[in-house]
Design a protein around this ligand. Structure first.
Ligand code: ADP
Ligand code: GLC
Length: 487
């Protein structure tokens, strides 16, 4: 089976969040199970500079308002994974993030930048971009790649089936309707039955309406997005797709996130020999200037600082938590108000709170390895990866019971502790009080070294490898392809 993954990010070349981790690991896992997998990415500077052995597949010339567009074929650095790169210097060779300029403003030509990505995926599927390879399945990730599904549906005959994965329904790729003509799609689709969403043009809808199958990144989020509370205005569209929407829980790259081999941490450890975690904790306290307090519950947060992540609950509960003996180590970037509030907390509580505003992969590993617990109090969370990293490193997750957090963490109740199934701490209400209570339960449990050690052990025994999810995607690809051929 030939599978083309279309995405706007891939670790380690371009990453703003968990999407990049998934796009790096899932294709490799699929290839490991025999699929012939390729990636399609925009040619940002970091991609152009890093991919290896690049050659031109087709020189398209002027299109989508750019003077020169070429499709290149290369390999991901240090890997055999083939990657198509859209070389369109006018659209992609710039600084900033994939979506925003350095001041945090959305790029004004995002419509053209990501429509071009989808359009090229459709040409690969129609077998007229690369004479040597065409996909059976086009797997598009998030709104950035969603237009692939509309172009493929609108320009038959294409034998390929499409799968669209929603990593986060809150980011929808909305554009003014007057830009419609740039897309080259039939005006018939300029309606709520097509891509219109309350007077705007929605790339997310292109995926939700036109993909043969839709997945999201946890079974619980798949149920949630069909409700008014979590549907971001698209719950009706999602309910209309019925059984075509399913949840496949993300895995983690257990070579990148493995405390037994992690080169970034002070001492390696695993469930059988957990003593190295103590060295990681001491090294982290010393690195961050936190008191070498053995009794403290050292809680970390590694996150985008956005409303989604519920970090205002952490700030509001902080005074009470510090009183209860908590230390807090935060690393993140995002909304200026949250950044300022966390920096203020650090200034007010030297030795007990440390905050690093920035993005740093190696530091994230040291935080996850050195902390006792990792807090993910999200308002919504499609899957969440940091709680999975926490489980793997025996750093117990303290999570709100939503989305993938509910699917992956088993709360430590007297019953689950007795059964040995507990892996962390969960709470329901999105309130500082509920978060505070969950953290205080962790503080209390940590006073019983035996119970805490057993909890760490069952957390570390959890396996979230990509093998199971890759098999689930392969089954789903097979079914989508059969359904497509039957039409
Ligand atoms: P989301 O994709 O919504 O941001 P996830 O939990 O799925 O949430 O993934 C976040 C990813 O980004 C994880 O790999 C996490 O370690 C990483 N990350 C987030 N913020 C930072 C940061 N400031 N420094 C390093 N890594 C970060
Ligand atoms: C999104 C979600 C996150 C998920 C990630 C990878 O960014 O916010 O919950 O883990 O995608 O699927």
């Amino acid at each position: 089976m030939r599978v083309l993954h279309v995405a706007a990010e891939v670790f380690p070349l371009v990453k703003t969040g968990g999407l990049a981790d998934v796009v790096a690991a899932l294709p490799v896992a699929l290839a490991g199970q025999g699929a012939d997998v390729r990636l399609l990415l925009p040619g940002y500077p970091a991609v152009m500079d890093s991919v290896q052995g690049s050659r031109t597949v087709i020189d398209i010339g002027a299109c989508f308002g750019a003077l020169r567009v070429r499709l290149l074929l290369a390999r991901m650095p240090g890997s055999k994974l083939p990657v198509y790169v859209v070389d369109a210097p006018y659209y992609y060779r710039r600084g900033g993030s994939p979506y925003q300029d350095s001041r945090g403003e959305e790029w004004p030509d995002n419509l053209q930048r990501f429509a071009l990505l989808g359009w090229l995926a459709a040409h690969l599927a129609a077998e007229d971009a690369d004479p040597d390879w065409a996909p059976d399945i086009v797997h598009a990730h998030d709104w950035h790649a969603a237009m692939a599904c509309a172009y493929i549906a609108e320009h038959p005959p294409t034998p390929a089936a499409t799968v669209f994965t929603v990593h986060n329904l809150a980011y929808q790729g909305l554009f003014p309707m007057h830009d419609w003509s740039s897309l080259g799609l039939a005006t018939r689709l300029m309606s709520p039955a097509g891509l219109e969403f309350h007077g705007q043009l929605s790339f997310m809808k292109a995926g939700l309406k036109f993909a043969d199958h839709i997945t999201t990144v946890s079974p619980n989020y798949a149920r949630e997005i069909a409700t008014h509370e979590f549907g971001c205005g698209l719950d009706g569209v999602i309910r209309d797709r019925g059984a075509a929407v399913t949840g496949v829980l993300n895995g983690i790259d257990d070579e990148v996130w493995n405390p037994a081999t992690d080169p970034a941490i002070a001492e390696r450890y695993d469930a059988e020999r957990p003593s190295g975690k103590r060295s990681c904790r001491l090294a982290l306290q010393s690195e961050l200037g936190l008191h070498a307090d053995d009794a403290a519950l050292l809680v970390t947060v590694v996150s985008r600082l956005t409303a989604q992540k519920g970090l205002d609950l952490v700030l509001a509960a902080l005074p009470a938590l510090l009183q209860a003996g908590v230390q807090l180590a935060v690393q993140g970037t995002g909304e200026p108000a949250l950044e300022a509030a966390f920096l203020m907390a650090m200034r007010s509580h030297p030795g007990r709170v440390h905050v690093h505003m920035g993005y740093d992969e190696a530091r994230a590993h040291r935080l996850v390895a050195g902390a006792d617990a990792i807090a993910v109090p999200s308002r919504f969370e499609p899957c969440g990866l940091t709680q999975l990293y926490g489980l793997r490193y025996g750093t117990l997750p303290i999570v709100r019971r939503v989305g993938g957090l509910a699917d992956t963490v088993t709360d430590a109740s007297p019953k689950t502790l007795a059964e040995g199934t507990a892996t962390g701490f969960s709470f329901d209400a999105a309130t500082p009080a509920a978060f505070e209570k969950a953290v205080k339960r962790a503080v209390e449990l940590r006073q019983d070294a035996g119970a805490w050690g057993a909890l760490m052990k069952s957390a570390m025994a959890q396996r979230f490898s990509w093998q199971g999810p890759a098999q689930a995607y392969l089954d789903l690809y097979g079914a989508a392809l059969m359904a497509r051929q039957a039409r």
